[in-house]
Design a protein around this ligand. Sequence first.
Ligand code: PLP
Length: 609
Amino acid sequence: MELFVPATFCVPEIFLDANATTPVLPEISQLMEDVCCAQFGNPSSPHLAALTPKQILDTTRASALALFNHPPGQIIFNSGATEGINTAVFSVLQAHLGQDCTGKFLLYGATEHKAVPEALKYWNTVLQLGAQLIAIPVDSRGQLDLQFLGEHVADALIVCTMGANNETGVVADLPALNQCIRKASLRVPWLMDCVQVLGKVPLDLTAIDVDYATFSAHKLYGPKGVGCLYVHEQATYSPLTVGGGQEQGARGGTENVAGIAALGRIFQWLLSSSSDLGKGPFASMTKLQNYREQLLNALRVLFPNLALNQPYPDSLPTTLNFSVPDFSSAQLISMFDAAGIRVSAGSACSTGKPKSFVLDAMGLPAWQSEGAIRLSFGPATSAAYIDSAATRIRELAKRVNAIDPTLRGLLVPQPTASNFTVYAVKDAERAQLYVFGHQDDHADWLAGNFPTAVWNYIDTHELTIDDWHLSRSPDQAMSITNRRTGRSVELGINGVSFTETEKQSVDVIALMDIQADVDCLVDVREPLETAAQPIIAPFHHSCTASRAEWIRFLLSLPERTEGRYVTICRSGGRSSVIAALAAKLGAPKQYSAELGVTHLLQKVICSKA
Ligand code: PLP
């Protein structure tokens, strides 16, 4: 599909979110295509077409065992780590069916991927065991509290830990864990989630006495939906699915042969790189550490005061986790996104404040947990890719540092639950700040945002500064009027309210039509985001909005009755509110961009793929 998009939106993507997933490498996708098209036989068939598919399963199984140093157990192919975790938990817990497990523990690391506690909770409920879920605390470096673990192991039905953490890259001290668990109990089943550790630091399953270990292909350049579970020969096992007896009856369902072929190629590459044959795409640990250092140096140009949220360098050489004072994860992600750099928060949370339970468990301050950014790359990343990522971050630093910190004119902060106050900044050279409202209401906000400014509290209900006339009613509603244009707006505690008719006056414009005959693009994104990806021609003019600068902009619009004004922001929600406000103020016909910038960016990426 041909899709017109403004050229300035087309920033080539730099993907630095490899702990979430990785792209399938061309060699792997070619291999999978060959298997799907030419070796499509069912490995369980009784004829010759089954031969190569069956060989693929056998070879991959053998490579996996070789890679883990031939531990005494079997490899079962499945859909990935979540299934592996569920299978292991089910296997262990179903053996206690019918028993009263009150007083018994289901132990898991406090920073475990949520698949682990969720699986424990689910199977404990379904099997009606009544065991108690207990999170093993971690210290400030993300390492499990071994004393706590040692004290609880004897009464545990299962212990679940992880090889490396997906948010912070903290690598578990496996010898110490092994000693702690096995000293307390030789028999307690031990599940280790090895998803993030494989391919990044050496893993030897004979050095630790684990019963189950999970792996997933999509974290290492394979496809999504395929992985494997290692099961020790003495561990209890019970299949989650039964059917045609595949995987020696361990997992019913025809195997994903192409995906398993991909997994096999990844294992072979890892085998060859660990034996230093220099084959395959994976870089050595030293190289990966240097890459990470290079990115960190670039990030420090962008944010000299960034704080690392991980024990650096004792964490995966491919993961950086940091926070920047005064910035939330959402703000930073939007900024990086606009610059074409894909990163993630420590943990995504769809409602409320994003907070990282991993960083909380490590006892990091709230601002670090709420502002965490995870930047991660895969072990097959090239030096050229890291160079371009570092260059992009340095360019971003130049643009962000060029934001004019001097605030001028009328400034309208976000409405708060308690009050709505307008701050007027006048005469920026002298940094005089006129605050229209109660001193106590916003003292923290002022101190945080204008640490060096002098401000005056104006105890009045009417104020006129430059073009602006502000008045406040006893119920705290605020009226702002631009004396030049005569436009005015009423702001209540929750901002601006609209009648149904006013809301309907805004049309949503299809993204494809944005460039057609738009007279003005009103950019109401966060200032950091706008700076990271400025929108310029072909639009006639644009308003880049700092915080609520758009109110000033809209109130100052010249009297015009023609032209299309389109507001854009990250989600379509805010832009349609602002478009409605403009319409309320009698500004030219308003449109809001369909679903906002994020959607536009997604379309750009999809249309280029
Ligand atoms: N465990 C960890 C540590 C992970 O990072 C992930 C993926 O996000 C999973 C488990 C789940 O893996 P999968 O996507 O293969 O189910």
